[in-house]
Design a protein around this ligand. Structure first.
Ligand code: NDP
Length: 503
């Protein structure tokens, strides 16, 4: 909720105590929840801290039993949860079910792999410390705060919640004000499996509730949302030196090279741009297409866009304020010489799939996250030009490349956290792949081994097995040891220098 400068100042007693969530398709109130103030958030974090030792002490196997049961509940009631997602976000039931299924896949992967990735294991102690046995393990951090967005209100927060729980942390989750019933459903399902311990709790409300979570003393804060709010979260967390993972916005592109399968590329671009009405952090918002295939690509993309029906293939904008942002981006693109080959009219929350061409690179539709069913398409002379334009964005979340021969080579040069070759968005559904961005798209990673380690802290232990043959870590060390040390280092590393000198 944005507080405007001229909003009346309310006393504590006048502050609203509850808030409503809405069904964006009908505009009707869907559910009403209490607003959790700073005291309520602190109480939840305190309860989570009390439960943290118990949960960590269960170990990977003990925790796995509860997480597996929770997973089974989610799988059995997938349709019920998808109904709630549909009601609160407006996305079609099938899309909601797709999202829930992907979240379940991640929960399964995190549970199964936590021990292997985080459990105690030996590492080499190296030749000079050969008398030591070195081990490392990744311990739970304690209490993790998770702040989630509304666009994928199950999949996105679960990318943090599932991995944080599997790593042995307790979690306090603040869903978006637009999707509190979905967050509540998820947490209630967990409580059915584990009613007696505050391992996963929910706090609800607006930005103030999220801010209270940032300053509550949690041991890590996982935020997914806009870059603008991500910066506020980091600033709030800095006060208590709370580490953060920030999954923020994107301006992903698809690069279509001269040898691409053009029909498949256009089909994929349409899905990447229009799925969920473009309310996708890794949504495709820009296309850079080789001049040899540009016309065919644009024709096919327009055909695809014309076949996509708002209200059938995707729902309305979940957040009403986003309608104005999308209108502004389209208007700005057209005012600067761009053309909408299809779509372009923004009259209500159901926005038509829009293909924009001839849009200058400094227009809002190219530089800023639109978060609507729009895509700009630009003709390029080469894949290198497409890479340069892609990398000019201050964002760097996902990306896609279509080329029969050079897909991987092009992907390697794109500045982004993830790139799909001859496909779009698919990396999000591969749990073993780390997910996150560079630049304004955020800090840190969820999913995969990196996602598990994000919610753990490394602990190194070294055990001396026998006295060192060459004891250099003692005040008894003499000139002889110093000489031997220098000889050892020279023997081990000196050849590299000699090799360089010869060149
Ligand atoms: P917002 O940044 O508006 O909100 C995200 C969350 O932060 C919400 O729960 C919000 O609460 C909360 N919040 C708002 N103000 C504060 C504050 N001062 N302190 C702490 N928390 C606060 O994002 P949206 O919900 O609009 O989500 C869309 C954005 O999320 C897009 O930019 C999208 O790209 C990004 N996203 C990124 C993903 C990724 O993995 N990189 C995945 C999915 C989305 P409330 O809603 O109550 O205001």
């Amino acid at each position: 909720m944005t507080l405007t400068a001229d909003a009346p100042v309310l006393t504590d007693d006048e502050q609203p105590k509850t808030f409503d969530s809405y069904n964006p398709t009908t505009g009707e109130v869907y559910a009403t929840f209490p607003i959790d103030d700073a005291d309520a958030v602190q109480a939840a974090v305190d309860r989570a801290r009390n439960a943290a030792d118990w949960w960590a002490g269960l170990g990977f196997k003990g925790r796995g039993k509860y997480l597996d049961q929770w997973r089974a509940v989610l799988a059995r009631r997938l349709n019920q949860l998808a109904d709630v997602v549909y009601a609160e976000t407006g996305k079609p039931h099938g899309d909601a079910a797709l999202e829930v299924g992907m979240a379940i896949e991640h929960l399964a992967w995190a549970t199964k792999h936590a021990k292997k990735v985080l459990g105690k294991h030996h590492v080499s102690s190296g030749l000079v410390m050969v008398n030591q046995r070195a081990t490392v393990e990744y311990l739970p951090r304690g209490v993790v705060g998770v702040i989630g967005p509304w666009n994928y209100p199950v999949f996105t927060p679960m990318g943090s919640i599932a991995y944080a729980l599997a790593a042995g942390n307790t979690v306090v989750f603040k869903p978006s004000e637009f999707s509190p019933a979905i967050g509540t459903w998820l947490v209630d399902a967990f409580h059915e499996v584990l009613p007696d311990h505050d391992v996963l709790q929910i706090v609800r409300g607006f930005g103030e509730t999220g801010n209270a979570l940032c300053t509550s003393g949690v041991d890590k804060l996982a935020f997914t949302g806009s870059t603008r709010t991500g910066k506020k979260v980091m600033a709030a967390c800095a006060e208590t030196l709370t580490p953060v993972v920030i999954e923020a916005g994107g301006k992903d592109s698809i690069i279509v090279d001269a040898d691409a399968d053009v029909d498949k590329a256009a089909e994929a671009a349409a899905w990447g741009a229009f799925w969920n009405a473009g309310q996708t952090c890794i949504g495709i918002e820009r296309a850079y297409v080789h001049e040899k295939v540009y016309d065919r690509f644009v024709d096919k993309l327009v055909e695809e866009a014309n076949a996509v029906k708002p209200g059938v293939n995707y729902g309305p904008m979940t957040m009403p304020a986003q309608v104005d942002v999308i209108r502004k981006h389209i208007d700005d693109a057209i005012a600067r010489g761009g053309k909408a080959l299809t779509g372009g009219q923004v009259t209500d929350g159901f926005i038509p799939a829009t293909v924009l061409v001839d849009v200058p690179e400094d227009a809002l539709a190219v530089t800023d996250e639109t978060f609507g069913p729009t895509i700009t398409v630009r003709k390029v002379a080469s894949a290198d030009e497409a890479i340069e334009l892609t990398n000019a964005s201050e964002y760097g979340l996902g990306s896609a490349v279509f080329s029969k021969k050079n897909g991987t080579k092009i992907a390697d040069k794109v500045r982004s956290g993830m790139t799909a070759v001859n496909a779009v968005l698919v990396y999000a559904a591969i749990p073993s792949l780390p997910f996150g961005g560079v630049g304004q798209s955020g800090i840190g990673r969820i999913h995969g081994e990196d996602g598990l380690r994000e919610f753990a802290q490394p602990k190194s232990v070294v055990k001396q097995l026998m006295p060192a043959a060459l004891n250099v870590t003692s005040f008894d060390r003499g000139a002889n040891e110093d000489k031997l040390w220098a000889t050892l280092i020279l023997t081990l590393h000196g050849r590299a220098n000699q090799f360089l000198k010869k060149q």
